[in-house]
Structure formats: structure tokens, C-alpha cells
Ligand binder design. Structure first.
Ligand code: ATP
Length: 247
């Protein structure tokens, strides 16, 4: 079997030198996969994503045990900008857009690490607009004035501008109406199938995440308590009762 694109091996994460938040988390993202990272508020999903993207340091967090391997190389001691250059892009929870910039300017900020030609950037802009026609309509609107759904599309679009191989997508459904969540998740699935982007998708909304994911991990209190094929997790009675709210 080929090695996974990303392997998180038994990592511990500590904040402020004392607060142990991840207590030995392991997971894999295969090349071309969509993997769901599920769990309640505070389970450690965001911390796991930030450990992968090397963004913990800014929050006084540290990986104190374990390894993170991406494309067969350790990445757990790298600067965040280097991780980005290798194609691992985190889309933060809460849609961090630059409110005073237009949607198009926000998208272009995603391309800044590439040092690419203008024509290549504009080709990628067109690709983003093809997936998100609403963003094309709103390209000249200030990001602070577009809807929550459009902002979520914009931050995913901004990640695409960085030519990602792996997107770490944090809670994209948060605060959005079900129809919009469906629209965005359908586009994530297309980006996976048509552009070959792999996803690690952190979600409290297990039902929608498992609909597009191939595989899922359930985090509880900093530990993986269950993992399996998405369809199996979806039909698991315990998962239904505790995580899907379907019982
Ligand atoms: P959410 O849906 O709120 O993002 P989550 O599953 O992503 O939940 P985390 O944000 O990773 O969970 O938080 C896991 C635990 O770590 C929580 O108990 C949280 O209070 C704690 N935590 C997060 N960030 C910090 C920090 N910078 N300093 C100290 N503790 C933190």
C-alpha cells in the first residue's frame, strides 16, 4: 500500500506548558481522501489542525510527543510558512476574512506565497469563480459586507489560491443554514474529485461531514475514541445516539 499523504502519530499537545489537550492522537489522510474529524466543542479538533499546520506556537501551544508526517517527511517542527509552501492550508473556523478588502482581494491574498505570474493567478481566480459563482458576483464587494455563507466560500477559495494538496477545513458548517451547508459541502466534494485536493474536515455536525467523507475519527477529550469508514460510522448506533443526534 502507498503511504498516506498525512500521518499524525500519537501526538500530545500542551498549552502554556501545563494544559494537556491532546493525549495521544493518531490519524491518517490518504492521498485524495476526505477524512472527517468529529467531536463536541472542546474535544480538540482545532488543536489537531493547528498542530498539523504549525500554528500552535502563536497560541503558546506545543507538540510535546509524537510525530506528524506529510509526504514522507516530518513537518511537526517546521515554520507555518514552510508548511503552507508544501501545500497544507488551514481554513480557520469563524471565516477570518479581511473585512476591508474586496472578495477578490481576499482571494488574491491566498496566492502570496506562490510568487507566481499574474496570468497564473488569474487562471486560478477563474477556477475559484467557476466553483463558487456567487463569489464572482460579489468579487468587488467588501468582504465585511457579504453573507456568512459567502464568507465561508471566500475563505475556502482563498485556500485554493495557494494551490493546496491538503486543506484543513475547520467547522465550515458553523452558523450556516442547512441548504447553504449542503451547497458548500457539495463543492468540497467536487474539489476533491475534480482537483484532487485532500481534506481533513473538522466538524461538530457529523451527519453532513460523514455524507462526503470516506473515513472518520471521533475525538473525545483529546483522544480518538472511535474511527472507521464513514458509512460504518454513520450507521453505528452509538455514533447515532451520541454524535449524530439521530436516535
Ligand atoms: P471547537 O469546536 O471549540 O473548536 P475543538 O474540538 O476544536 O472545539 P479545541 O479548540 O482544540 O477544541 O480545544 C480543545 C481544548 O483546548 C479545550 O478545552 C480548550 O479550552 C483548550 N484550548 C484551546 N486553545 C487553548 C489555548 N490557546 N490555551 C489553553 N487552552 C486552550
Amino acid at each position: 500500500a502507498t503511504a498516506p499523504l498525512l500521518t499524525v502519530n500519537n501526538i500530545e499537545v500542551v498549552y502554556d506548558h501545563v494544559i494537556l489537550v491532546l493525549k495521544g492522537v493518531s490519524l491518517e489522510v490518504p492521498t485524495g481522501g476526505i477524512v472527517a474529524l468529529l467531536g463536541a466543542n472542546g474535544a480538540g479538533k482545532t488543536t489537531t489542525l493547528k498542530a498539523i499546520s504549525s500554528l500552535l506556537k502563536a497560541e503558546r501551544g506545543e507538540v510535546t510527543k509524537g510525530q506528524i508526517t506529510y509526504q514522507n517527511e516530518r513537518i511537526d517542527r517546521l515554520e507555518p510558512s514552510i508548511v503552507v509552501k508544501r501545500g497544507v492550508i488551514q481554513v480557520m473556523e469563524g471565516r477570518h476574512a479581511f473585512g476591508h478588502l474586496t472578495c477578490e482581494e481576499n482571494l488574491l491574498t491566498g496566492a502570496y506565497t506562490r510568487g507566481d505570474s499574474r496570468s497564473a493567478m488569474h487562471r486560478d481566480l477563474d477556477m475559484v469563480y467557476a466553483y463558487f459563482p456567487r463569489l464572482a458576483e460579489r468579487r468587488h464587494a467588501k468582504a465585511g459586507y457579504v453573507s456568512g455563507g459567502e464568507q465561508q466560500m471566500m475563505v475556502i477559495g482563498r485556500a485554493l489560491m495557494a494551490r493546496p494538496k491538503l486543506i484543513l477545513l475547520d467547522e465550515p458548517s458553523m452558523g450556516l443554514a442547512p441548504q447553504l451547508v449542503k451547497e458548500i459541502f457539495d463543492i468540497v466534494l467536487r474539489l476533491n474529485q475534480e482537483e484532487g485536493v485532500s481534506f481533513l474536515l473538522a466538524e461538530q455536525n457529523a451527519t453532513v461531514a460523514l455524507r462526503i467523507a470516506n473515513y472518520g475519527y471521533i475525538l473525545e477529550n483529546g483522544r480518538v475514541v472511535l474511527d472507521g469508514e464513514a458509512a460504518v460510522l454513520h450507521d453505528n448506533e452509538d455514533v447515532k445516539e451520541f454524535y449524530l443526534g439521530l436516535s
